[in-house]
Write a protein that binds this ligand. Structure first.
Ligand code: GLU
Length: 510
């Protein structure tokens, strides 16, 4: 087989949906598995849908996920340029080939004329007017006029397009690597526009010419492109490139969390969940979105989650590093039916990745966030803090949002629990406990535990009487990490201060 080459070919029409990231991931995994090349190609021929900043967003998203293209607009490579708008001159020659071979023709019908025909057909009960073999010989094109007349029209500046001449009465069969044989009846296919008057090719033409010139061996893309594949195979035939036509693999849809229909960007807004890798800014709040990154996801968790959204390894294993994914990946194990976007599962993956990280690595990673909040940010402290918190968080932000009390005074106390547990008549005893803590030479969790236990014995109190009080006094909440470890990390002076302050608050609230 030729050297494997795959491409991710997004159009820069806005933020890259998470489904696009999954397409890029599967391309990347196959490329690495086969020791091939992963190409990024920007399909920006439709100027009307071009959105400034989208290309940079796509690139930043791939880089955040660790899916670094081997070739692409900012990565170089021998098959560039990798932006289709910079390849305009290349396409013209290929369109001429199709015109010369009789596989394409000039069409001069204006948009208004075609609209009028569509309406007239509609009135006759024909809903689906198509520019195709059944009507092309009744329309205004180079098939129905002399060469000279066509040339004169072009020279006069009359608007034109070049269309593919789809042959009638044939069946085109595509062997999809995921779906098996998919048949297209050519009578169902319209004569797609290949080139517009401004010299810009349409997606169909540019995509095929570039896949050929860039020696692409596998086209892995979303299911929504399956319906175009009949046209694409005809184009390969028209050019005489069938021998080197890439293999096709159309990925299943990503479905809404309830499984009902395709996951859209609106679902992200509606459900308050990210469906984009990175946040997307916009003056129009309707178009602005929060991404997985800013929600506090680890990119490795996102990749792991996406890998299993439509593909399975055939084993029980769920946690895969990128290298393990490359090793285990195969197109055959991609499912045909839609994959439900389960945000709880995404969160579960993130929890596993955070938990699995070394405390020192986490501390270094969180340090900038700590500094941003003007929190204590020395590594040894952050390392122990991470060790205490990492089992209890879902997102990176949770470390500081839920564990703020490691850096600041307690903001709010869980008064409902205080009211159940605080007995004003025990205040004096609790003060004794506080004072006994000041006497500890080594403020270690073992020593604190011992002191608390001997206090309970002498005061005839149980764990349930004392520990919730200590916990809420130190952190405000019943949900924090192990109490004695937490006290050790905060240090004697701080703990004594917190106990005094909290006992006063508790007295006032029962
Ligand atoms: N430009 C198309 C897109 O935006 C590419 C489809 C394909 O991979 O052929 O998804």
């Amino acid at each position: 087989m030729n050297q494997p080459r795959v491409r991710f070919a997004p159009s820069p029409t806005g933020a890259l949906h998470i489904g696009g990231v999954r397409t890029a991931l599967y391309n990347y995994l196959l490329a690495k598995k086969l020791k091939g090349t992963f190409v990024l190609r920007i399909e920006d021929t439709d100027q009307t849908r071009y959105v400034p900043g989208a290309e940079a967003y796509i690139q930043a998203s791939l880089e955040w996920c660790g899916l670094i293209p081997d070739e692409g607009p900012s990565y170089g490579g021998a098959f560039g340029p990798y932006r289709q708008s910079e390849r305009k001159d290349i396409y013209a020659g290929y369109v001429q080939q199709l015109l010369d071979k009789g596989w394409a023709y000039y069409a001069f019908d204006t948009a208004e004329e075609l609209e009028a025909i569509r309406e007239a057909e509609h009135a006759k009960g024909n809903q689906g007017f198509k520019y195709d073999a059944t009507v092309r010989l009744q329309l205004k094109n180079s098939l129905t006029m002399s060469k000279e007349a066509a040339e004169a029209l072009i020279a006069s500046g009359h608007p034109w397009t070049v269309r593919l001449k789809v042959p009638a009465d044939e069946v085109v069969v595509v062997e999809d690597l995921i779906r098996g044989a998919v048949a297209f009846q050519t009578n169902e296919l319209d004569d797609k526009v290949l080139l517009k008057s401004d010299g810009m090719p349409t997606y169909h033409l540019a995509n095929i010419v570039d896949d050929h010139l860039m020696k692409i061996t596998h086209v892995i893309r979303g299911e929504e492109w399956l319906s175009s594949t009949g046209h694409h195979v005809l184009l390969y035939r028209a050019f005489g490139w069938e021998e080197t036509m890439p293999a096709f693999a159309h990925l299943p849809l990503i479905l809404k969390p309830d499984g009902k229909g395709k996951l859209s960007k609106r679902d992200g807004k509606r459900l308050g969940i990210p469906v984009f890798p990175l946040s997307w800014e916009s003056d129009n709040p309707e178009d602005a979105f929060v991404g997985f990154k800013e929600t506090g996801f680890d990119p490795a968790a996102v990749i792991n989650f996406l890998a299993l959204l439509g593909w399975n390894s055939g084993t029980e294993q769920e946690i895969f590093s990128l290298d393990e994914l490359i090793d285990a990946f195969s197109l055959e194990k991609i499912g045909k039916s839609g994959a439900r976007f389960d945000f709880d599962k995404a969160k579960w993956f993130n929890e596993q990745y955070i938990k699995g990280k070394d405390n020192a690595v986490l501390a270094a990673q969180l340090m900038p966030l700590a500094k941003e909040r003007s929190y204590r940010a020395d590594l040894p402290f952050l390392e122990q803090f991470c060790g205490l918190m990492k089992e209890r968080v879902t997102f990176y932000q949770d470390f500081f949002e839920e564990g703020y009390y490691f850096f600041e005074d307690v903001h709010t106390y869980d008064l409902a629990t205080v009211q159940k547990k605080w007995k004003p008549e025990r205040r004096a005893a609790m003060d004794v406990l506080r004072d006994s803590l000041t006497q500890l030479p080594d403020f270690t969790h073992e020593a604190i535990k011992k002191a608390v236990e001997s206090f309970m014995e002498s005061a005839q109190l149980k764990f349930g009487d004392v520990l919730p009080i200590l916990r809420i006094a130190v952190s405000g909440t019943m949900k924090g990490p192990a109490i004695f470890e937490m006290m050790e990390l905060l240090g004697k002076e701080e703990i004594v201060k917190r106990l005094s302050a909290a006992f006063d608050v508790f007295d006032q609230n029962v």
